[in-house]
Design a protein around this ligand. Structure first.
Ligand SMILES: *Cc1c(COP(=O)(O)O)cnc(C)c1O
Length: 381
């Protein structure tokens, strides 16, 4: 048994953490819903632990703001939502291993379907349990990731999905280029998708919930809304493309913080960190914070970003290590051990944001945000 004094809250065990603003997530869900056509529902995509923001808390926040269903990537993510008592419909956005069929039935988790082998196994599991097996049919319209090809969808539904316990609850596709200012290929995919849905109907199959849009298409192309929009990145406050900024007010929900753990007076000309990659050009105070690339602060940002300390920008100095990194205190300031540093802000601080980091790394904010979930403790505000 631990003594009382030995119970140290997780937030106090390391001087670095991520803050998640759930009010921002609720704001973003409402802003997206306002933009959707009448009758179009919002699915909150909470895969990869809600893009690093925490799936359970974000699912609840999204539900409170009017999301009607949840999208995940894996069976385990779906089971975790159920275990936490979240009872919204949950769709797995790809086809899971067929061996998971009984587990899906037991938890009321809806899979995407695109192979006959899975459909058969899933139908049998439902029959064994004396229930129906709802699924969404995934249609490949040109992204060539998952799905049955758009041209053979009616035939697939007729033959592969013929088990009497299977219940088609929806049909969907996914756009490869939705955030791209050049809409042409998205329109090609849209046409193919509409042909596939029409073929299903012509074959006497009710496709149920028809959906295609991710965040980018939901904001930029209202005629892709259909019955449901699957929104991920927008709910976390990031813009999915260069052209969405003027169309919707999104608020970033994540920021990353740390406290100074060490301060060194370093003479001009001395180096900092591995390889002494940074050289102080003046006598400087070099401060250390316990955030490194194993926390999602990508090594590719080394020496290129600014933190915010006491409202002032401070250049990160030297290679970002696995668990720590250093910065030079702004001239004329004297940070103390314990002072708070904003590692990634939400745009108001002078320093870096998740978005500016992702631009610098030539990647998307999804990847940088997910990185900050690796090890940092999360605090909800
Ligand atoms: C991840 C994902 C989404 C959400 O995309 P965002 O760009 O984050 O809005 C929607 N649909 C599918 C199939 C996905 O895999």
């Amino acid at each position: 048994m631990l003594k009382r004094s030995e119970h140290v809250p997780e937030i106090d065990r390391r001087w670095s953490w991520a803050e998640i603003d759930l009010a921002a997530i609720r704001h973003n869900v409402r802003a997206m819903r306002r933009l959707l056509k009448r009758g179009c529902r919002l699915m909150a995509v909470v895969k990869a632990d809600a893009y690093g923001h925490g799936a359970i808390a974000c699912a609840r926040a999204a539900r409170d703001a009017g999301a009607g269903s949840l999208g995940v990537a894996t069976v385990q993510e779906a089971v975790d939502l159920r275990t936490a008592g979240i009872d919204l419909p949950v769709l797995i956005l790809s086809e899971p291993p067929a061996s998971t069929a009984p587990l899906l039935i037991a938890h009321g988790i809806t899979p995407s379907v695109c192979t006959a082998a899975f459909a058969e196994r899933y139908g049998r599991a439902a029959a064994d349990a004396g229930t129906r097996a709802p699924y969404h049919l995934a249609v490949n319209t040109g992204m060539n990731r998952i799905g049955t090809d758009w041209g053979s969808i009616a035939e697939f539904a007729r033959s592969a999905c013929s088990h009497p316990s299977l219940l088609m609850q929806g049909v969907f596709t996914h756009f490869a280029t939705a955030g791209d200012p050049d809409e042409r290929f998205m329109r090609v995919q849209q046409r193919r998708f509409e042909q596939a849905v029409a073929a299903l109907r012509a074959g006497g199959t009710d496709p149920g919930i028809v959906h295609a849009a991710n965040s980018a298409a939901a904001i930029l192309a209202p005629d892709t809304h259909y019955d449901l929009a699957r929104c991920g990145i927008s709910l976390y406050g990031f813009h999915p493309g260069p052209n969405t900024r003027k169309l919707i007010d999104l608020r970033p929900a994540m920021s990353v913080h740390a406290r100074v753990t060490d301060v060194h007076a370093v003479a001009a000309g001395e180096g900092v960190g591995y390889g002494l990659a940074h050289r102080c050009s003046r006598d400087a105070l070099v401060c250390t914070v316990p955030v490194g690339y194993a926390d999602g602060l990508r090594a590719g940002l080394s020496g290129r970003i600014e933190f915010t300390v006491g409202g002032t920008a401070a250049r990160q100095a030297g290679h970002i290590c696995m668990d720590q990194c250093m910065f030079e205190a702004p001239a004329g300031t004297a940070p103390q051990i314990g002072d708070e540093v904003i590692i990634a802000g939400k745009g108001r601080a002078p320093g870096a944001t998740v978005e500016s980091m992702s631009a610098m790394l030539d990647t998307i904010p999804h990847e940088v945000a997910v990185g900050f979930a690796q090890r940092l403790y999360r605090v909800y505000r």
